[in-house]
Design a protein around this ligand. Structure first.
Ligand code: AMP
Length: 337
């Protein structure tokens, strides 16, 4: 396995055309941003790269709502446990840059889009974590951001390190990039709830905008990690969204009868569908109906308050050379007016 530090070294940067420029240091990104602080609004889309249509839709929204757009690509070691896939996380920098360039061409041809992608921030691990970032949490030194108790729920049950890593890197990125609005995907709903709380509690002068989940035609939520699935697991994977949709339908049916809705009945409809196949086994990590602020499991849903249905499954390897793949997805049951 390549060491995380080695795999993060950027050897050859792709060529870019105006206005897109690549910045690899904090100092250079700051000198791009500082003169524009009071003159141009900046939309920011942080990513880990291996860009797909879900990422691109966030960037399109950022370009419609701002004078300029910054995208970052940084595979953040702090959000990976030592047992997770940091060393093999997909890294496709040249394709990513080509996609960003083609988005800029699209924006130039579209009079309703005012912003262009001007900055691609590609920091090294050493730049972001000057004191190093060992994956073992006990060995980590320095400042980290925790958002409790939200970070311990749902995804946090099996990935207790995860949101500390995410909140820390996003706080660093906000301090460096100083965006007006930052764009995140609903695909990672818990992440967006946690980052909104972080921004509020730490008084970051940034708005968080959450954009809809981009899906494949069969409903599977797009994810950079879907490439790990292989054919057989990929064929089964849409069942996660189908199960959430079945629960959503049941929720709407029960809500239409008036009053509060029994969470157990809603979850049961989805769980009926979410049955592992014999040759493609998977384990349900959670199938949850929780409130939208604290992510507390609900016994009943008040349609006036809404809720979030969310789920994670862990698919075991089915072929030589594969590792396990986690799929996550969610549906927000919006509060009634
Ligand atoms: P990642 O590169 O996976 O860290 O994701 C970067 C941003 O893209 C995060 O805000 C994600 O929530 C968002 N994102 C990832 N997948 C999707 C998707 N399928 N649809 C919309 N946004 C997404």
């Amino acid at each position: 396995m390549a060491s995380p530090a080695a795999s993060s070294v950027i050897t050859a940067l792709p060529e870019t055309t105006d206005p897109l420029k690549i910045y690899t240091t904090i100092a250079s990104l700051r000198s791009y941003r500082h003169p524009l602080l009071s003159t141009k609004s900046l939309g920011f889309v942080p990513t880990m790269g291996a860009l797909h249509a879900g990422h691109l839709s966030l960037i399109r929204t950022a370009a419609k709502e701002n004078d300029s757009v910054a995208v970052s690509i940084f595979v953040n070691p702090a959000q990976f446990a030592p047992t997770e896939d940091l060393a093999v996380y997909p890294r496709t920098l040249h394709t990513d840059v080509a996609l960003l360039e083609s988005l800029n061409a699209e924006f130039s041809a579209d009079s309703t889009t005012r912003g262009r992608i001007e900055a691609l921030f590609l920091p090294s691990v050493a730049e972001m974590y000057p004191h190093g970032i060992p994956l073992e949490e006990n060995a980590q030194r320095g400042a980290f951001v925790t958002v409790q108790p939200l970070a311990a729920k749902l995804e946090g049950i099996t990935r207790p390190h995860f949101f500390r890593g995410v909140a820390t890197v996003v706080a660093k990125l906000f301090n460096i990039v100083q965006p007006d609005i930052a764009y995140f995907g609903q695909k990672d709903v818990q992440q967006s709830i946690i980052l909104k709380r972080m921004v509020k509690d730490l008084h970051f002068p940034v708005q968080i905008r959450v954009c809809p989940t981009g899906r494949e035609v069969d409903g599977l939520a797009m994810s950079s990690r879907n490439v790990y699935l292989g054919e057989r697991r990929r064929a089964i994977a849409p069942v996660l969204y189908q199960a959430l949709r079945a629960s959503e339908d049941e929720y709407r049916r029960l809500a239409a009868q008036g009053g509060t809705v029994d969470a157990k009945a809603v979850l049961a409809k989805g769980l009926e569908l979410l049955q592992p196949g014999k040759d493609v086994p998977f384990e349900i990590e959670y199938f949850s109906l929780a409130d939208l602020q604290e992510l507390e499991e609900l016994g009943t849903v008040d349609p006036k308050k809404g809720a979030v249905l969310s789920a994670a499954v862990r698919m075991s390897p089915v072929e030589e050379g594969q590792g396990p793949v986690r799929l996550i997805d969610n549906i927000i049951l919006e509060a009634e007016e």
